[in-house]
Design a protein around this ligand. Sequence first.
Ligand code: PLP
Ligand code: COI
Length: 364
Amino acid sequence: MQGFSDERPFEDRLQLLPSPLGPAELLKDPGFGKVFTDHMVTIRWTKDRGWHDAEVTARAPVTLDPAAAVLHYGQEIFEGLKAYNLSDGSIALFRAEQNARRFQQSAARMAMPDLPEAVFLQAVDELVKIDSAWIPKADGSLYLRPFMFATEAFLGVRPSHEYLFMLIASSVGSYFKGGEKPVTVWLSDRYTRAAEGGTGAAKCGGNYAASLLAQAEAMEHGCDQVVFLDAAEHRWVEELGGMNVFVVMNDGSLVTPPLSGTILPGITRDAIITLARKDGRTVREERYSMDQWRADAASGKLKEAFACGTAAVVASIGKIKSSKGDIVIADGNTGPITAAIKAKLVGIQRGDIADEFGWVRRIG
Ligand code: PLP
Ligand code: COI
């Protein structure tokens, strides 16, 4: 394959087209996913040539044939990871190789080609370096969005023979509008996200398309996110529309749904399990039913609950709303264990707490 290394010099590939306002103005209040940087990475794949034509260019619209397979059969996958400005002035990525591996797993599930981990990581590094002025200094970060989709023009149902990998970046602040305030989630008893044998463990666009109606229902009920139950029994808590979920018991232990194949194997979830166990906390990856959640919240056994993911990091859950009534978790405020887990994770991500697991990789 032709990687970045055997392309023209990086500077020659670059067409700088700065955004009219420039980073300083846009970074004041970026919100989430609205402010985009100046550049993007594209790499093409064809059945005959494999990966080729890796480029970093000005961020620009993509031209697609109207018959491109992605527009008809939804063959698309994506990732989400963040780059941070650390207090020592360096730039770092958090567990980027895990995103590269999950991208490969998602690709395999969607019958798409395997992008080598080194190419994924190099694409990320190059974009972060060229757009480093777009990384917010204080609380924010640069959210990186690698994605791949089927570009072959044909109308038969089979895996495409051509794909485009792209990487774009967005300067972001807090995912939720309320910032640090605990979120309220809506329990969907009408829609499910994924069934056994389906694509729940893959990060494919179709999973999110299928979740949008449930998410819209959540928003109509004044909630920030939707909680999905399992598709077979409508009983077991799975995950939120875009985050994994944990509950904290009165003995300080954590419970989170297991990686059964129907939920996304979250990298934040994995980091939290590792950190909590290292701190001597018991973490059970086991099925937890909504009835149990309701009973434990009522009895006081359940003390805290939180959502976690790259975009949201750790967001405490104050209340669950459902057609069967609301569940307020403890006093509805962020609990001490959630706050401590968040502080530790964010401290490591931002280079303020020693990274004993090798999760933070400085670049540049
Ligand atoms: N679950 C879903 C459905 C998600 O979209 C995400 C976000 O990526 C997560 C869980 C959390 O995964 P991660 O911690 O790797 O971002
Ligand atoms: C992420 O956390 O990276 C996601 O992709 C989830 C989405 C809610 C932005």
